[in-house]
Ligand binder design. Structure first.
Ligand code: HPA
Ligand code: ZN
Length: 344
């Protein structure tokens, strides 16, 4: 078995995937036809050609345009279902997905339409394919605290569909502490918290996400490396980083995959996980991300196993479910030993 097959077959968890970022150009056109909306592009290829980003903001501008194609409950269901089919194909056994309600409610789409469509697909995938999931509601950090508080209020009737709240969109100039009160309210509701921090923003944003928002994991977090004492803290407390390698190179957080710090952070004992972020925009789903870091960073098979195990360990599943998944990973590794081709 070569490394690509090994990566494809190993049971995996995904913890950092924006469902709106799984919307492939083909489906954008389908939804446009269905809903009578014109896309400002002539073809699927023309859309893909526009995916050349210089930084996070240049991506977000296009990403929010794509999300405008989503109108009905069925649209949200179909987008989510399409990602879950990918999960099935890539042996992703558990996924905790983000959604951005404000992107839709600000266009007049009811909160209920968004969450019902996504939730129905998650339930179908659990029943039909045994894929377990969690749903993480993100606040757009470029919008006001007031808007985030209103969004949390809209979510109250659907509290039981949510696992956690998160924070995404333009990082620089929008520090975690802007959302201290809304995150406190979310925690009072028994929700877990996560936040994007240290993708483009400074290490201080990672510290404040931990200390002020009391997050269980940091999304991205790669800029922690600029602050040694922060790296030590993340390692000692096993605070997970949900790293997204293809996203980081597409958005020029790193100039080339060979410069990515994932392996250095892993070697320093951090609970690094690999994820796809916005797979329809950044050139690949979870397997493609693992393949990319494996080849660019000279990873060993053991590193891949560690990254995959970290994904389950860092999930919001119960301890019992995590141990079951870790056993399945061990069984997979043991079964594959006999058929390995050494890959260095
Ligand atoms: N960072 C911030 N916001 C986002 C991202 C990201 O990588 N993807 C989708 N929204
Ligand atoms: Zn993200």
């Amino acid at each position: 078995m070569d490394i690509k097959d090994f990566i494809a077959g190993i049971p995996k968890a995904e913890l950092h995937m924006h469902i709106e970022g799984s919307l492939e150009p083909e489906m954008m056109f389908d939804l446009g036809r269905r809903n009578g909306i014109d896309l400002p592009f002539d073809s699927v290829e023309a859309v893909r050609r526009a995916y050349r980003f210089s930084d996070l903001q240049s991506f977000l501008d296009i990403y929010y345009q794509g999300a405008n194609m989503l109108i009905t409950e069925q649209d949200f269901h179909d987008m989510t279902w399409s990602y879950l089919e990918k999960c099935r194909g890539q042996n992703i056994r558990h996924t905790e997905i983000f959604f951005d309600p404000q992107t839709h409610t600000d266009r007049g789409i009811p909160f209920r339409t968004v969450i019902s469509g996504i939730h129905r697909a998650l339930e179908d995938a659990d029943r039909q394919h045994g894929i377990s999931s969690g749903l993480i509601m993100c606040f757009l950090r470029h919008l006001s605290e007031e808007s985030a508080l209103e969004t949390l209020d809209s979510a109250l009737p659907y509290r039981d569909m949510l696992t956690a709240v998160g924070l995404d969109s333009s990082e620089k100039g929008h520090p975690p502490e802007k959302f201290a009160r809304v995150f406190a309210q979310a925690r009072d509701l028994g929700l877990k918290t996560v936040a994007h921090a240290g993708e483009e923003g400074p290490p201080e944003y990672i510290r404040n996400a931990l200390d002020v928002l009391k997050v269980s994991r940091i999304d991205h977090g790669v800029r922690c490396e600029e602050d040694d004492s922060l790296v030590l803290r993340l390692a000692e407390q096993r605070i997970p980083l949900t790293v997204c390698p293809l996203s980081n190179t597409a958005l020029k957080v790193f100039g080339h995959m060979r410069e990515h710090n994932l392996k250095r952070l892993l070697d320093r004992g951090l609970c690094v996980t690999v994820n796809s972020d916005d797979p329809a925009y950044f050139g690949g789903y979870l397997n493609e991300n693992l393949n990319a870091v494996h080849s660019a960073l000279d990873l060993q098979r053991g590193d891949i196993v560690q990254l995959v195990k970290n994904g389950f360990e860092a999930s919001f599943l119960s301890g019992k479910r995590i141990r079951q998944f870790l056993r399945q990973v061990d069984e997979y590794v043991a079964a594959s030993v006999g058929s390995l081709i050494p890959d260095g």
